[in-house]
Design a protein around this ligand. Sequence first.
Ligand SMILES: Cc1ncc(COP(=O)(O)O)c(C=O)c1O
Length: 392
Amino acid sequence: MSAVSNQSIIYFDAAATTRCTDAVTAAMVEFSEDNFANPSSPHSMGRSAKLAVDQATASIARLLGCSYDELTLTSGATESNNIVVLGSARPESSDNIVICPIDHKSTLSAASEMERRGVEVRRMTVDANGRIDLDHLARIVDADTALVTLAYVNSEIGTLQDVPAISALLEGKETLFHIDASQAAGKVDINVQHTRVDCVSISAHKICGPKGIGALYVSSDATFRLRPLTFGGGQYRLRSGTLPVPLIVGFGIAAERISKADLASWWEAANYRRQVILETLHGHDVRYQLNSPTENAVPHILNLSFPGVRSETIIKGLPTVCIASGSACNSKSIAPSYVLTEVGHEDARANSAIRLSFTADVEIEKVGLGAELLARKVCSLQKLITREEIGA
Ligand SMILES: Cc1ncc(COP(=O)(O)O)c(C=O)c1O
């Protein structure tokens, strides 16, 4: 199979996935080729695989500020979210669960499944920026609320939720509080010592680690309030299955890297890149609408609509620039993004939306070039439409 050369590619799709760092790839190769043993095996190779798993898990625990035993390694944030949503409420009971309607499908679809099983699902309301209405949330949570779940950072528009305020709102209640921090890890503080949350989902491939692995933190007080979805060798209380050592080791290295990173510098660097993109669009007089909030949002997810131009046309017209229309997970669907329609945008605006997302260390020259190519492409498409409109 021929691979496209990455040299000429400008990658603006970091919210979909990121490239493994060289250290992650090297460690995964080592634990696939040389040290390939099952960490549950008692022999020397098994013991050294177990040691590597323990060290990696300790790194992930440091990132979250939790203890080793509070972590379950999963196949990704999709599975982590499913364990929480499907395992938190009792079917056919008076339990209800509260979800945020602009969250990732792994939460929303699991909640629909709970509805099918007879559990009441209540939906938060969000404003035009995707921020959760806290007064409304306070009204819909009651003594039967088994779970409140939300994504800390929205993957499509970058909205940052007020997790400390929601945590305070739930203080003293029996409700489990879960955050999906897949898009937040490495961008904001997700240390559970700083904000009271009961469960956190994270995903390695969003932080320059491998695909197919993630973690679920469940506080030691909350763990018996969740039922596992898989049963078997009992590697964790909440999950069974042979541990994928190469993935775990890679995840550990990725977690270690971001737990040492300076979030303020990361934020500044990402913000600078965002400004470069917006200034380039201004420089070309491109007509656009900003779908990402200007405050209470991460800087590296930039969602824009270009009136009159469908997002697919832009993406197809820019073969060397990787950008997304809606989230990657929805890209097969031709329906407008549910996130954009839920925050109140019309279908036409949602259908012309693209998402640019980047790591804070992507070279400025590449960002500038990508923005320039995008601006020129949109300009020419918009001029075409204007000419059609005036019948020229
Ligand atoms: C907010 C959010 N949650 C969950 C997921 C799913 O993560 P994974 O690919 O690890 O299953 C994603 C991936 O796009 C995401 O952005």
